[in-house]
Each structure stands twice: as structure tokens, then as C-alpha cells.
Design a protein around this ligand. Structure first.
Ligand SMILES: [Zn+2]
Length: 111
């Protein structure tokens, strides 16, 4: 198993930074960044992308293909208890309200 990945950003090799410059004098190139794998990045997007720009470039270019992996054709829903609106008194006696939204605890409602 290799201990690095090449950045998967489709335009990584076009961004002008000194750390991307490779090659010998007279035949220099901007090269895709190499991402060393470690315990912090190896199971996250940062093991495959050198930064947010490359991650976004990848998402933009391959959006249709990515969506086909798990298309969402209907909305999902999370059951909640009726929202509870509470009145509070702030500075100078001004009233303000907060709304508490809690998810239905399905595990304790079983049976
Ligand atoms: Zn990159």
C-alpha cells in the first residue's frame, strides 16, 4: 500500500504555487500535489484533496456521476416533538422568544 495519494482535484496541476513546480531546468512543470497519508487524513477527504479548491473543483466536475451513486428522489424526514416556544425577558424588559426543537427519541419509545 502506498503512503501517498495524488490530489484528485482536476485542476490541481494548473494552480500556480512554488510547491507544485517540478522538473529540471528548461523543462519545468506544475505538478499535481502529492498527499502523504497519515492517521489524521487517511480516512477523510484530506487524504484525497490538497485543499478546499481542489475538493470543490472535483465536486463541480463530477457532480452528475457522484449524485448517480446515491440519488435523492424524495425528501427524508426526522420525527420531532411539537416545537416549544418560550418567552424570555431581556434587557429593559424587552421580550424575546426561543423555540426548542427536539427529535423524537425512538429508542425509548419502543414498546
Ligand atoms: Zn490539489
Amino acid at each position: 500500500m502506498s503512503n501517498f495519494n495524488w490530489c484528485h482535484g482536476p485542476s490541481c496541476h494548473t494552480y500556480v504555487t512554488t510547491d507544485r513546480v517540478r522538473g529540471t531546468k528548461g523543462s519545468k512543470v506544475l505538478r499535481t500535489r502529492k498527499i502523504k497519508q497519515n492517521q489524521w487524513n487517511s480516512r477523510s477527504i484530506w487524504g484525497y484533496f490538497c485543499g478546499m479548491s481542489c475538493y470543490n473543483d472535483f465536486a463541480k466536475e463530477y457532480m452528475a456521476e457522484i449524485i448517480r451513486i446515491a440519488p435523492r428522489l424524495e425528501p427524508l424526514e426526522t420525527p420531532i416533538n411539537d416545537p416549544k416556544r418560550t418567552e424570555h425577558e431581556g434587557w429593559g424588559g424587552r421580550k424575546y422568544y426561543s423555540t426548542e426543537i427536539t427529535k423524537v427519541d425512538n429508542e425509548s419509545n419502543v414498546g
